[in-house]
Write a protein that binds this ligand. Structure first.
Ligand code: FAD
Length: 283
C-alpha cells in the first residue's frame, strides 16, 4: 500500500521504530510490534542510522515487517555519508523487495563519524534520486519549530515547501504546542503547497530523556508541561508517565480537530504510551 493512497482515504495513524542493537532490544521491539499490530496502523516506519552501523538492519527490519506482519512499512533513508551509487543500490533493493514507501532525509551522522559527508546534501536531492529508481510514495521531514540549522523560519518554510512539492507527504519533527504545527501547515499553504503533513507525536513520559531530545531537535519544551511533569515526579515514574500520556492525548485531539491528516508516534520501540493514547482518543 502506498502511504499517499492511504492518506486519501482518511486520517493515517503510524508508528516509528528504530533497528535494535542487541538481542534484548530485538525482543523488546518484537513485543512492541506484536502489541501495536492490533491497532492496525496505516504504516510503520524504521529509522536509518546516517553514517552508523544500523543501515543494513533498517533494510532487514523493513522487509521482515512486510513479510511477517503484512503491515505497510516505510524505510527512512538519509543522504549523509553515501555516494550517489550507494543510494541507488539501497533504493533498488527496496524496490525489488516490494517496498513502496521511503522517507527521504538529509540525515544527521553521529558527531564522531569518520565517514565522508556524502554526494547528496539535502533531502530534496534524494527525492529526485528515488524517483529515478522506482515508483515510490515519498515522504519528507518537516520541522514545525523549524530545523535547528536553518538561518530563519522563513528560509526553512521555503525549503520545506520546495521539497514537499516534489514529495507526496511530510512527517513532522515532534513538538508540544499545536500552534507550531498549524503555523507550519499555513505557511506551506501560503507558499502554494497543500500536500498532507502528518504530525509527529512524542509523549513526554520521562522528564530526563524528553528534555535531552527536545534540546537536540530544537523543540521547545513548554514551561507549563515541564511544571506538570515535575509536580508528578515525587509520585514516581508511573505518575510522570500518566501526565505525559494525558498531555499527548490533548495535543493529538487538538491536531485532529484542526484537520491534521495523520499522527505519527515516535514509539522508541515501546508500545504502552501509544496504546494508552489510542484508547483515550477512542481510535
Ligand atoms: P533537509 O531537507 O535535508 O534540510 C536540512 C537543512 O538544510 C534545513 O535547515 C533546510 O532548511 C536546509 N536546506 C534544505 N535544502 C536546502 C538547499 N537546497 N540549500 C540550502 N539549504 C537547504 N535522521 C536520521 O539520521 N535518520 C532517521 O531515520 C531520521 N528520521 C527522521 C524522521 C522524522 C519524522 C524527522 C522529522 C527527522 C528525522 N531525522 C532522521 C532527522 C533528519 O535527518 C535531520 O533533521 C537532518 O538534520 C535534516 O534532514 P531533513 O531531511 O530534515 O532536512
Amino acid at each position: 500500500m502506498k502511504i499517499a493512497d492511504a492518506l486519501k482515504a482518511g486520517p493515517c495513524y503510524s508508528f516509528e521504530f528504530f533497528p535494535p542493537r542487541s538481542e534484548e532490544a530485538e525482543r523488546n521491539l518484537a513485543t512492541a510490534i506484536r502489541e501495536l499490530a492490533p491497532l492496525a496502523p496505516a504504516y510503520v516506519s524504521v529509522t536509518y542510522g546516517a553514517g552508523g552501523s544500523t543501515r543494513d538492519r533498517t533494510h532487514d527490519l523493513v522487509v521482515e515487517i512486510l513479510r511477517d506482519t503484512g503491515i505497510t512499512p516505510m524505510a527512512h533513508l538519509t543522504c549523509a555519508c553515501h555516494s550517489r551509487q550507494e543510494l541507488v543500490d539501497v533504493v533498488t533493493r527496496y524496490r525489488d523487495a516490494g517496498i513502496e514507501n521511503i522517507l527521504a532525509l538529509g540525515g544527521d551522522p553521529p558527531a564522531d563519524s569518520d565517514q565522508p559527508p556524502g554526494e547528496l546534501k539535502y533531502a530534496s536531492e534524494l527525492i529526485d534520486l528515488i524517483r529515478g529508481v522506482g515508483d515510490f510514495s515519498i515522504g519528507v521531514a518537516a520541522h514545525p519549530e523549524p530545523h535547528p540549522h536553518s538561518p530563519s523560519i522563513e528560509e526553512d518554510r521555503r525549503r520545506t515547501a520546495e521539497k514537499l512539492s516534489k514529495a507526496d507527504f511530510a512527517v513532522t519533527q515532534f513538538f508540544f504546542d499545536a500552534r507550531h504545527y498549524f503555523d507550519l501547515v499555513e505557511s506551506l499553504r501560503v507558499l502554494g503547497v497543500d500536500k498532507p503533513v502528518i504530525a509527529g507525536i512524542m509523549p513526554a513520559t520521562s522528564m530526563r530523556s524528553i528534555t535531552r531530545m527536545s534540546e537536540l531537535q530544537g523543540s521547545e519544551f513548554p514551561k507549563d508541561l515541564a511544571a506538570k511533569l515535575e509536580a508528578a515526579e515525587p509520585d514516581g515514574p508511573e505518575a510522570v508517565h500518566r501526565v505525559g500520556v494525558e498531555e499527548a492525548t490533548r495535543l493529538c485531539r487538538e491536531l485532529l480537530d484542526g484537520g491534521a491528516p495523520g499522527l505519527h508516534f515516535f514509539t522508541l520501540n515501546r508500545s504502552m504510551a501509544t496504546r494508552e493514547i489510542y484508547e483515550a482518543l477512542g481510535l
